[in-house]
Structures are given as C-alpha cells and as structure tokens.
Design a protein around this ligand. Sequence first.
Ligand code: PLP
Length: 430
Amino acid sequence: MPDMSSLNLGPFPDADGYDQALALDEADPLQTYRSRYVHTDPDLIYLDGNSLGRLPHTAIDTVEEVTQRQWGDRLIRSWNEGWWELQLELGDLLAPILGARPGEVIISDSTSVNLYKLAMAALTAQPGRSKIVTDDLNFPTDLYILQGIASQTGTELVIVKSDGINGPLEGLDSEIGPDTALVTLSHTVFKSGYTYDIGRITELAHQAGALMLWDCSHSVGALPIALVRSDVDLAIGCTYKYLNGGPGSPAFLYVRSDLQDRLDNPITAWWGHAEPFAFDLHFKPVEGIRRFHTGTMPILSLAAAEAGIRDVVDAGIDQIRAKSVALSEYLIDQIDSHLRPLGFDLASPLDSGDRGSHVSVAHEGAWPLARALIEVGRVIPDFRAPDNLRLGLSPLYNGFLEVHTAIQRLKTITQTRVYERFSNVKTAVT
Ligand SMILES: *Cc1c(COP(=O)(O)O)cnc(C)c1O
C-alpha cells in the first residue's frame, strides 16, 4: 500500500488529452460564469452539482438583504413589499427555461409535495380511470409518493421494468391504455442519466387520453425543456440541483394554463384560497396557478433561489446544453481511454441525445472508490447503490481540465489500490 501523501494528484501535463482540455477551456464561451460561484478550495473538483449545486455569490447578497433589511427592518410590511408575490415572480423567471408561459409556474414546497399535489389532482379529475404508469428508473421518492397515492385512492400503480439504463419504451407503450389516468416519469433519470423524448411520451399518454406529469429535477437548468410545445400537462422539479438554489430550496411546479381551473389541489390550504385574508371558514380555491400554493413559504430559502435561476437565464439554456454535451462527450472519451482498462463500465447511454448532464460509471468497488476519491483525491462525485459512481457536469462552473484531472486522480486511486482502505466506511448520505 503506498503512502497516501505521496499520491500524485496532478496537474498531469503528460497525460493523454491534457492540451486538448486546456484548449477547450480557453474556447469555452461560458468560462466567465465559474467565478460567479463560491470556490473555497482551488484544488477541489466538484462533480456533484446534480445533487447540490454550488453557492452563487449573489445568493449571499440576497440572503443578507432579505434578513437585514426585509426581515430586520421592514418586518411584516415585507409581505406587501414583495414576499407575497415571490413564488409567482420566481416561477415566471424560471418559465422560459422550461418552455412555459408566465402564470404557468410557481416555486413552492418540495418536489415530493408537488408530485403529491399534481398526481392527486390528475387522478381526481379523471374518476373513470384507475391506473398510474411509471418506470423503475424513477427517483425513489417519486415511487414512494405514488405508492401512497395508489393505496389512498385504490388506484393501480404500474412500474414498468427497464434494463437499468434506458427508458423502457416498449413496456410503456404496452402499459399505457384507456384505463390510464396518469403517466409520470423522470425526464432525466437520476442514476444512468437517460433522458426521455418528452414530446414522444407525452403524445403516447395523450393518445390514450391520460395526463402526463414530468419530473424535471435532473434536467432543469441543464437542458432545454419544451413543456408547452410538447403539450405537457404537468411538471415538477428541484431548484437545488443545476439551478443552484441552495440546500432544500423550494421546488417548482407547472400546470398548463388551460388545465389550471379543471384541477384541484388536494392540499386545500389558505394560500390557495380565493380570498385568504377574508378568513372565511370555508375553502374556496382561487383561479389560476395560485390554487397550487399551500401555506406560508420559507422566504429565506425562496429568495436565495433567485440568483441561480438568473444565472441560467442569463447564460442561455441552449448554450448551457451545448457545453454540457461537449463536456460529457469529453468525459466519456477519457473514461474509455483511462478507466475501462481498470474494470470500469459506462452505465449511461452512449448517445448524447439520450443523456442529461451526468455520466455514471459502474465498478464493483464503486463505494470505496467514491470515498477515496473524496478523502484522498479531492474530487466529489456521488455513489448510487450498488455499483455506480455518478459524475455530474454543471456547465456553469465545471470545465474540461477539471474533468481531465478528475479522471487522472481516479485512475491513480484505482491503480494504486488506495481505495481498498475505504471499504468499511459508512455515511448517512451518499
Ligand atoms: C432530487 C429529486 C427529487 C428530490 O425530491 P425532494 O422532495 O426535494 O426531496 C425528487 N425527484 C427527482 C426525480 C429527483 O431527482
């Protein structure tokens, strides 16, 4: 076993692809965005922006302003000076990134809660239909919420089986039928990064008369989403991943405008009331997207999410996608050259058109490799059981030389077998 302090963590100017990586960073039109985010350790390579995005400097200023002035000085007057409208305003700011129109998006609650609200609303609106269709690539919380809904409403939940990497298109096609009320899937799936063709699947649902709900947690801010053009009924997603909104920042929710007054929020809370300050004893829903509000929002977290959304709008989602594709193709090249010979396999689709902005590799030692990479290699990926290392590429702050260096460090850790020392380490969050 080598002395860990003597491990070479780069730079690696002699390694294959180094000059190319440098040149690609120099030609990158988004390279100036990197400095908009907080970097406290110049040696750390962060490849987990698909789980928790980096902190934008402007978010610090916003939180300072909201605490010191809006809360500290203005106190309750702030509700009428911007807080009351903040969910809608930030929703409208985010709407173009989703291909949605003003008044179709709000930032509200968590993704789990928003899924509950919209899936229940969709089922209740179609009493003659008794089936929900999803797949086994969906994020576990989505499946748990759907299981709960199925048992509360007596609906059948069908989880279509995949090969573990690609969307099971044929299985979905054969399960979606005249008894289907709702089809709900992750747009980009959390493990392999497989990305559905939203238009194609939405059409499949609509041909059967079902409603379609997309969870865009792993795609929003990384690739263009055309919700209105694809005639999508409902969508939800996180703001703390590629939108860099902060830990636990409120999620978004989209309901196409013509559906808003036909669907009822199952959580009939006062922010969704037609006249919340009449303090009437009976619930009467407001018209429009506001009916999907629940109760008082965590204003500090909500306000903090604005900076990250603004950066994505400012950089342009097409430009972000172009860089994401270039970075991930470069990463896959590096995996092929340096990691495949060491027992790693690609666990993501090869074709960029079928992939979001993270790439997974499978290795039987993935867990100790992830720990060693973090502790010794100063690279943060994440681990997804049983054998996946997930490498998230956040185009606003990740670069080509970072990817190159991360792969060289992973290669060193694997070749020297340093990772075997981390086999028995356990953590609560992976
Ligand atoms: C990250 C993620 C979630 C997280 O939901 P929370 O309610 O924020 O915990 C849900 N769904 C998908 C598809 C995700 O990627």
